[in-house]
Design a protein around this ligand. Structure first.
Ligand SMILES: [Zn+2]
Length: 316
């Protein structure tokens, strides 16, 4: 808790180790703290609405980098197929609803450009794709500039090679897209909080070490003692486990249609790849493995291969 800057940075973190547990008066209070208006307006619109205090849909829509867009696809007898173009690849989207109305739930990357964008939806009559526009508004995330010993920034050649192997492996895990059989998809995407504890609001925090910007923090850190059980926030299937250089003991769960969750720095992984876990079922334990300075859960939530803010999926 007292030494948030002491761990060394790394080049391409999936999980940037330990972060300041910044208190801003509650997660849903974040947009009201003035962060969104900290900079002069740009050409892109600024997010003007906070998530509702008692939302009726999950996840909340917040069309900013690192947020989620909910785009109505209208009525259709069967679930429409929708996709988004990311890094020159067409990535399928999560689509929820029923014949009366379908909704595409899109993850917006932290690095997404502001302004106009679109997804593509397959026409029911097979006549091709139609474009459905949406807009990405500005959200100003915090930035920290730190001066550290160069030795703590640079990895040894061995560690760098290991890190690159693990990064490539996990990039493959992130492409998982499974379609649950009809009727077996979760009725709601409202998630349980995976472990009780103080939650950071450091999603999106960007650190600059010795003038070199690192990837922003792409998950939520929850402080808890080593050994505290972690429960599945939704029903899911274990699709990957490992002991990774930066992330330590790590489990990935697949909740269907590209909705994945990731758990890092674990002290214990009580499942195997292929296991199915129920919502609320304990499956791993908090630890301090990987590059961390103290025990906590790093929790990542991914839609369409894009890490989004877990706070949008859980009650405040
Ligand atoms: Zn973290």
């Amino acid at each position: 808790m007292s030494e948030p800057f002491s761990s060394p940075p790394h080049p391409q973190p999936l999980c940037s180790r330990r972060h300041l547990l910044i208190r801003t008066g509650g997660l849903l209070a974040l947009p009201a703290t003035g962060l969104l208006h900290a900079k002069p307006p740009s050409t892109a619109p600024t997010a003007s609405t906070a998530p509702p205090a008692t939302p009726t849909v999950w996840p909340h829509a917040l069309q900013v980098p690192g947020g989620v867009a909910r785009l109505s696809l209208g009525p259709a007898a069967t679930r429409p197929q929708a996709q988004v173009r990311q890094a020159e690849v067409d990535v399928p989207l999560l689509v929820v609803g029923d014949a009366s109305e379908w909704t595409a739930v899109l993850g917006i990357a932290l690095a997404a450009p502001l302004g106009d964008a679109h997804i593509s939806v397959a026409q029911a009559d097979g006549s091709g794709l139609r474009q459905l526009p949406y807009t990405v508004a500005r959200k100003q995330y915090k930035e920290q500039h730190l001066q550290v010993s160069p030795r703590t920034v640079d990895l040894s050649p061995e560690d760098q090679a290991r890190y690159e192997r693990e990064r490539d492996h996990q990039a493959g895990v992130m492409t998982t897209f499974t379609t649950p059989p009809a009727g077996q998809a979760p009725a709601s995407l409202r998630m349980r909080v995976p472990v009780p504890g103080r939650r950071s609001s450091s999603f999106g925090l960007r650190r600059v070490f010795n003038g070199q910007p690192r990837n922003p923090h792409s998950g939520m850190d929850i402080a808890a003692a080593t050994g505290t059980p972690i429960v599945a926030p939704l029903a899911g299937q274990v699709i990957d486990m490992g002991d990774y250089f930066f992330n330590g003991g790590t489990v990935w769960l697949d909740h269907g249609q590209g909705l994945l969750t990731m758990y890092c720095h674990l002290s214990s992984m009580d499942v195997r790849v292929g296991d199915v876990v129920k919502a609320g079922e304990a499956f791993c334990k908090v630890g301090a493995t990987g590059r961390v300075t103290g025990p906590h859960l790093h929790w990542g939530v991914m839609l369409n291969r894009t890490m989004v803010d877990p706070a949008l999926f859980i009650p405040a």
